[in-house]
Design a protein. Structure first.
Length: 92
């Protein structure tokens, strides 16, 4: 499904990527992995949104407030372990 929308919306996309991000290394991220391993594979995220419930590391973002883009986020629990890997094409 993501491939279909990504192909259809290519002329309208605008993704900003973290400096050392790669799809190949992002595919290696698994639940239970510590944040330190994530950062070793992907480098620093564009943004770290943290609370007492854990963190969401944002490795991609929109280049404008209404751009469709490739969303690559890593969610961790309060202990710093990956709980979710978000890999999708987001249509705004």
């Amino acid at each position: 499904e993501n491939a279909f929308w990504r192909t259809l919306m290519t002329p309208f996309t605008g993704t900003i990527w973290a400096k050392k991000f790669s799809e190949q290394n992002f595919a290696k991220i698994r639940p239970g992995m510590p944040r330190a391993e994530v950062e070793a594979l992907l480098g620093s995220p564009l943004r770290k949104d943290c609370s007492e419930k854990g963190c969401m590391w944002v490795y991609s973002n929109q280049d404008t407030g209404t751009a469709d883009y490739d969303r690559r986020w890593v969610v961790t629990d309060p202990t710093g372990r990956v709980t979710e890997v978000r890999h999708e094409f987001y249509i705004d």
